[in-house]
Design a protein around this ligand. Structure first.
Ligand code: SF4
Ligand code: SF4
Length: 167
C-alpha cells in the first residue's frame, strides 16, 4: 500500500489552539453518539492477527535431515550483524568440517534487520515469523544453538526486488 504524506505547515505567528481543541472534541462526540461500531480492538492473546510473510522476528536455526544444525561456522553472520549480537565459536571435526561449538543470538540486542539470514551461505539461520518472545530477564533473551534449533515457527521470506510489495 503506498504511503501518503500530508505536509502540515507550522503557524508562523502565535495562535490559539482552542479552535483545534474544540474541533477535536466535536469529532470525538460525533463518534460517541453516531452509533457506528467500528471495532478495531483485537482480543489478544485469544485472537491474533495474521502477520506478514516478511515478518522478521525470533530466530530459528534450520537443521539437516540428521537433526544437526546447518551452520558451518563460516563467521559471516556475526561479521555482518550491525547489533553485534551473534556469538560464534567455531569448531572443526577430524574430517575438517566446521561446525559451531557455540552459537548464540541475543534477541534483546537484535534489531531484526535480517542480514544474518541474507548472508548465510547454508540458509541455516533465519529470522522467523514469530514475536511472542518476551522474557523476565536479559539472560532469557539469549538463544543458544539448542534453543534456536528447537524453534518450529515459519521463517521469514526475504524482500524480493521482483516482488517489492510481496504479492
Ligand atoms: S537480524 Fe540483524 S541484528 Fe539480528 S542477529 Fe541478524 S544480523 Fe544481527
Ligand atoms: S552465516 Fe550461516 S553458516 Fe555462517 S556462521 Fe552464520 S549461521 Fe553459520
Amino acid at each position: 500500500m503506498p504511503i501518503n504524506v500530508k505536509v502540515m505547515n507550522r503557524p508562523v505567528e502565535q495562535v490559539s489552539y482552542i479552535r483545534a481543541t474544540l474541533s477535536g472534541m466535536a469529532n470525538t462526540f460525533r463518534h460517541f453518539v453516531s452509533g457506528r461500531r467500528h471495532e478495531v480492538t483485537t482480543q489478544y492473546p485469544e485472537e491474533k492477527e495474521a502477520i506478514s510473510r516478511r515478518w522478521r522476528g525470533t530466530h530459528r536455526m534450520l537443521t539437516t535431515e540428521t537433526g544437526k544444525a546447518k551452520c558451518v561456522a563460516c563467521g559471516l553472520c556475526p561479521t555482518v550483524c550491525p547489533a553485534n549480537c551473534i556469538k560464534l565459536v567455531p569448531g572443526e571435526d577430524e574430517d575438517g568440517n566446521r561446525y559451531p561449538l557455540v552459537f548464540e543470538i541475543d534477541e534483546f540486542r537484535c534489531i531484526f534487520c535480517g542480514y544474518c539470514q541474507e548472508v548465510c551461505p547454508e540458509e541455516a539461520i533465519h529470522v522467523g515469523r514469530h514475536y511472542e518472545n518476551a522474557e523476565y530477564s536479559r539472560e532469557g533473551f539469549v538463544y543458544d544453538l539448542e534453543r534456536l534449533t528447537a524453534q518450529t515457527h515459519p521463517v521469514c521470506e526475504m524482500w524480493d526486488p521482483a516482488d517489492p510489495l510481496g504479492e
